[in-house]
Design a protein around this ligand. Structure first.
Ligand SMILES: [Mg+2]
Length: 398
């Protein structure tokens, strides 16, 4: 059994906890109306006016001019997130934070200490309310996927447990949009088939939906039947490295290789729907001395962001001006890509859309059907094939 806990209107709730005069008012975090920002979080009082995350603040202002607009303070949110994590970790050793304000908790083995999952959930909820003065919602179910859907349905401030026997009855009347992986495109296709609810989806013959959605339908079915997200704990890191044909001090070539390796690692990360919080750069010099150095990042899956951080570390490592023999990158500290909109991730969101498009083209036409400008030097140095470049070490063809 899993428990999915999510803090309600998190950024706004933190602002309200710090400044009680904001309570029960339409409050919007994300920027001031005259700026070009978007709504990162809106209080439920503001949502009544049709305001939601991702909406330009200028539009939010037109819908509700009396709302209180705040720029937000990420340091405060981080601090609250940390305390939230501490509280829930006191209930179970198996806590998986998937975004700043949301976590999955495996409730196996907590019964003796905290009672039934529902009892534990209400204690946890009260604990958070009392300590942080922030409302939360909780879903309890057999899989993470169902617990997340239950959590969403119980918002704001609710709690919903779905027993195994009631899973289908629970899902049936809900919009298909509650299922993971249904984006606007899939939703549009289903709508054209007159499928709006999960019940309608289940009643439609398989072959019809499969023809319309292709492989994607299999994933949907997998989740509906109780399949779950892959456990993050089973995978420790994704790494890509290569030994060069010849030791080199050619910076242009090394950086290009590093970009290429980063791209490969990040594309695997995205395929698994993960983000990484740590990157490690590895270099082996011609004298076989090997150095590796890591850095923390905000959960990222875009090579552009990872490269920006990684290249600084690499440049630092190459100060010695020795020939190098191997270069590599490892990503670790995985989290499910929460798909949660936040103003602090706007750059990442933009890159995600771009990279999603790159991944799709490459899946269809081969990795090298597209290549980044800063890897052109590789074209002169390595042969390419459908899978990418044929480098000295075969690990790269994966
Ligand atoms: Mg939340």
């Amino acid at each position: 059994m899993y428990l999915c806990i999510d803090l309600d209107a998190f950024f706004v709730s933190v602002e309200q906890a710090l400044n009680p005069s904001l309570a029960a008012k339409p409050v919007i975090v994300g920027g001031l109306p005259q700026e070009r920002g978007v709504v990162a979080s809106a209080s439920y009082e503001a949502r009544k006016f049709g305001i939601h995350s991702g909406m330009p603040t200028s539009l939010a202002y037109r819908l509700c001019p009396q709302a209180i607009f705040l720029k937000g303070n990420f340091r405060h949110y981080r601090l609250y997130s940390k305390r939230f994590h501490q509280i829930i970790s006191s209930y179970s050793p198996s806590v998986d934070m998937v975004s700043i304000d949301e976590a999955y908790i495996n409730v196996a083995g907590t019964r003796r200490l905290f009672g039934t999952p529902t009892e534990m959930a209400s204690r946890m909820k009260n604990d958070i309310k009392k300590t942080l003065n922030i409302p939360s919602s909780i879903g309890i179910a057999r899989t993470k996927v169902f617990s997340k859907i239950a959590c969403e349905q119980s918002k704001p401030g609710g709690m919903l447990a779905v027993s195994r026997e009631n899973e289908i009855a629970f899902l049936a009347p809900l919009s298909v949009n509650v299922l993971p992986g249904i984006g606007p495109k899939t939703a549009g296709i289903l709508k054209n088939l007159n499928i709006n609810t999960v019940e309608e989806l289940l009643k439609t013959p398989d072959w019809i939906v499969e023809t319309a959605l292709g492989n994607h339908y299999k994933i949907l079915k997998f989740f509906i039947q109780g399949g779950d997200y892959r456990s993050v704990d089973t995978m420790k890191s994704i790494s890509r490295d290569t030994t060069l044909h010849e030791d080199t001090i050619n910076r242009e070539l090394i950086y290009a290789l590093f970009y290429y390796l980063t791209e490969r690692a990040c594309s695997t990360l995205r395929k698994r729907k993960l983000t990484a919080k740590k990157l490690t750069v590895k270099v082996r010099f011609s004298d076989f001395k090997t150095v590796s150095k890591g850095a923390k990042m905000p959960g990222a899956s875009a090579q552009q962001i990872v490269y920006e951080l990684g290249i600084r570390i690499l440049q630092d490592m190459l100060k010695e001006k020795k020939r190098i023999r191997l270069v590599g990158i490892a990503l670790s500290g995985f989290e499910y890509d929460g798909l949660q909109f936040s103003m602090f991730r706007m750059k990442e969101e933009r890159l995600n859309r771009l990279n999603g498009a790159l991944d799709r083209v490459r899946d269809k036409f081969g990795f090298n059907s597209l290549f980044a400008a800063n890897t052109t030097v590789l074209k002169r140095n390595f042969e390419d094939n459908n899978y990418g470049y044929t480098l000295h070490t075969p690990s790269l063809s994966q």
